[in-house]
Design a protein around this ligand. Structure first.
Ligand code: SF4
Ligand code: SF4
Length: 262
C-alpha cells in the first residue's frame, strides 16, 4: 500500500509526492493473524504518544476512529490521564516500566495493550491516524534488512514531522518556547516523581499550569490544533521542517533506492 494511504490524510498535501507514492508491498508481516506475538495483542503492547492535531482530527471527525478509541480519548481528557497541550502521552509510570522492559514482555503483556486498540475487530482503532512509531513498525520485511531499514527511516522522518507540526500548533496558540520545553519533558520518560509513579492521573493544579489557560476547553483546543495544521500548505511545511527535515527525506529516498533502484 502506498505511503500516501498509510499516513494521516492531512499529510497528503504536505509531504513530497515521490515519498507519498512509495509502494512497498509487505507480505511477510501477516498482521491479520500475527505469527509473532499473542494473537489478541500483536505488537500493540505499547501506549503510543498521539500529537495534539491527531486528537483534534479524531474529535472533529469521530468516524476516523473506532467507537472504543474515541471514547478512550474523551475519557483520558476528562480524567486528566496525561492529556497535555502537546497531545496524549502514556502515564510516566507506564513509560518507565515499558522503557525497562525485559525479554518476552513486549507482545505478551495484556496490561500493556494500547488503549487505542479495538478488541472487537482485533486491530488498531485509529489506524490512519496512528503515530509515527506505529506506522514504521514492521517485525519483518519482504525486502529483508533493507526493507526494515526503510521502515525505520520512515519512522524517524514521521516522528520529526509530528513534532514540527505539533510545535507549530502550540506556537500559534501562544505557547512560549519554555512552555513547549516543559511539555516535551513528558515524552519518553526514564525517571518519574513519586506522585507520578503512584497515579496515572495528573493533579488538577499541575494540569492547569501546563495548559496555559486552555485547561477547561481541551477538546476545542485539540480541534484548533487540527485546524492550524490543516491550514498549512507545502511551501509553509517545507519552511517549517527546514534542513533537518529535508535531510531525513533524503535519507529515506536513499534507502528506498537501494530496494528499488531508479
Ligand atoms: S507487524 Fe506486528 S502485527 Fe504484524 S505480523 Fe509483525 S508483530 Fe504481528
Ligand atoms: S495506535 Fe494502533 S497500531 Fe499503534 S499500538 Fe495502538 S493499536 Fe497498535
Amino acid at each position: 500500500m502506498k505511503i500516501k494511504y498509510q499516513v494521516p490524510t492531512i499529510y497528503e498535501k504536505l509531504l513530497p509526492n515521490d515519498i507519498l507514492q512509495i509502494d512497498l508491498i509487505e507480505t511477510k508481516a501477516t498482521c491479520n493473524s500475527c505469527p509473532v506475538y499473542a494473537a489478541d495483542l500483536k505488537c500493540c503492547t505499547f501506549h503510543p504518544y498521539l500529537p495534539n492535531f491527531t486528537i483534534g482530527a479524531l474529535l472533529s471527525q469521530p468516524d476516523l476512529g473506532s467507537e472504543v478509541a474515541i471514547s478512550v480519548i474523551r475519557s483520558k481528557i476528562k480524567n486528566r490521564e496525561y492529556s497535555l497541550p502537546l497531545g496524549l502521552v502514556a502515564p510516566p509510570s507506564y513509560q518507565i516500566t515499558f522503557n525497562q522492559r525485559k525479554k518476552n514482555e513486549f507482545g505478551w503483556r495484556k496490561d500493556w495493550l494500547c488503549p487505542y486498540f479495538d478488541p472487537v475487530h482485533n486491530n488498531c482503532g485509529i489506524w490512519r491516524w496512528r503515530g509515527a512509531v506505529c506506522t514504521g513498525f514492521f517485525c519483518k520485511s519482504s525486502f529483508g534488512a533493507k526493507g526494515l531499514r526503510f521502515w525505520d527511516e520512515l519512522s524517524n522522518y514521521l516522528t520529526y514531522v509530528e513534532m514540527a507540526l505539533m510545535e507549530e500548533a502550540l506556537v500559534m496558540l501562544d505557547f512560549s518556547p519554555r512552555q513547549v520545553a516543559d511539555l516535551l519533558g513528558y515524552l519518553n520518560r526514564q525517571v518519574a516523581t513519586k506522585s507520578e509513579l503512584k497515579s496515572s492521573q495528573m493533579s488538577e493544579k499541575k494540569a492547569r499550569a501546563l495548559w496555559n489557560g486552555y485547561y477547561d476547553n481541551q477538546e476545542e483546543f485539540f480541534k484548533k490544533t487540527f485546524q492550524i495544521v490543516s491550514g498549512l500548505d507545502r511551501k509553509s511545511y517545507r519552511e517549517l521542517i527546514g534542513e533537518p527535515g529535508q535531510h531525513l527525506e533524503k535519507n529515506l529516498r536513499k534507502v528506498f533506492e537501494k530496494i528499488c533502484p531508479q
